[in-house]
Ligand binder design. Structure first.
Ligand code: ATP
Length: 305
């Protein structure tokens, strides 16, 4: 008997080193100028054959109960979008997601699963799709999905989906604190609108950040981290201010809310400093979990086929 095909894709979460946000446009989106960096916290998406017309998803991991398994799951939406793009009639797939990226953590976990599902289904269904075509399908699924395909470090404009890969030297050691509070992306953007009623186009990414990344100057990168959503996130969940202060007190070069939060990301000088910082934060009761990651890492990639 032929062995069942087992296709696994590994996909990273992201932090935004800069997230500059403009006032919301008529189409409801906020213009962004952002620098994404993919970090070594990975979800894995497996695609298994299923009968024609049957598409299901199972989610495994501590936070699995927080992820929908109906057609609103972003990985299932990605499978549907790819089938439509390729003009296939009702191909089947059973998706299994092993979640490690925090759910609603501001690290694009759902978008990551969508990117991984695109690659996994393309392999399972033997669709010969070029990377730039896949990026078009990805952009239709959500603003962060193209970056989850690309990975590494990239500048994003428009909704964050007009991507340019960036020159980035060096390895970055991050400590992620996952506070035990909930924060949804729409809630944070709504507070941003309240706090910034006159916001115009997205401000530019600090030139010092781009220079620091190009030269691998970690201190310069740390000095130029910026997140325009951070005041909104902190005003909704003041606990985040305590987490950010604790990370800096424990030796981080800088701390920032990741995306719309609530994950807080701390940049360390080197690996030893990151170990000390993660031990200090894990010993406090400020976060439900602490993870040490490095960056940049590649985007969604097949593990086997
Ligand atoms: P972003 O920063 O992209 O707005 P996030 O990282 O804060 O998002 P996600 O983990 O992507 O948050 O979850 C956003 C919403 O998407 C949640 O309500 C979640 O239940 C839903 N969702 C749908 N599919 C998935 C999936 N495969 N993995 C995680 N969340 C999913």
């Amino acid at each position: 008997m032929e062995k069942a095909e087992r296709i696994r894709v590994r996909v990273p979460g992201k932090v935004n080193l800069a997230l500059r946000v403009g006032g919301h446009r008529a189409d409801g989106y906020h213009p962004l100028d952002t620098v994404f960096q993919a970090v070594s916290l990975f979800d894995e998406v497996e695609a298994l054959p299923a009968p024609r017309g049957v598409r299901t998803v199972r989610v495994l991991g501590d936070q699995a109960s927080l992820v929908p398994t109906d057609e609103s799951n972003l990985a299932l939406k990605a499978a549907q979008a790819l089938a439509s793009y390729a003009g296939m009639r009702q191909p089947g797939v059973e998706l299994v997601i092993r979640k490690t990226i925090p759910v609603t953590g501001g690290m694009a976990g759902g978008s990551a699963d969508a990117a991984a599902a695109l690659i996994a289904c393309a392999a399972l269904w033997r669709i010969d799709v070029a990377p730039d075509e896949l990026a078009v399908v990805a952009a239709g699924l959500g603003a962060d999905v193209p970056f989850c395909l690309m990975g590494s470090t990239a500048l994003g404009r428009g909704r964050g989906d007009e991507l340019v890969p960036m020159l980035s030297r060096g390895s970055y050691h991050w400590v992620l604190a996952l506070p035990d509070v909930e924060l949804s992306t729409p809630e944070v953007f709504a507070r941003f609108d309240e706090l910034n009623p006159d916001a115009g186009p997205a401000p530019e990414t600090p030139p010092g950040l781009l220079a620091g990344l190009a030269s691998g100057d970690i201190a310069q990168v740390a000095d130029n981290l910026v997140n325009d959503l951070q005041p909104a996130a902190v005003s909704l969940r003041p606990h985040l201010a305590d987490v950010l202060a604790a990370g800096v007190d424990a030796g981080a070069l800088a701390g920032i809310v990741s995306g719309s939060g609530p994950t807080c990301a701390f940049l360390s000088e080197n690996e030893d400093a990151a170990v000390r910082l993660s031990n200090a934060l894990a010993g406090s009761d400020l976060a439900r979990a602490v993870r040490r990651v490095c960056a940049p890492v590649p985007g969604a990639r097949l593990l086997s086929c």
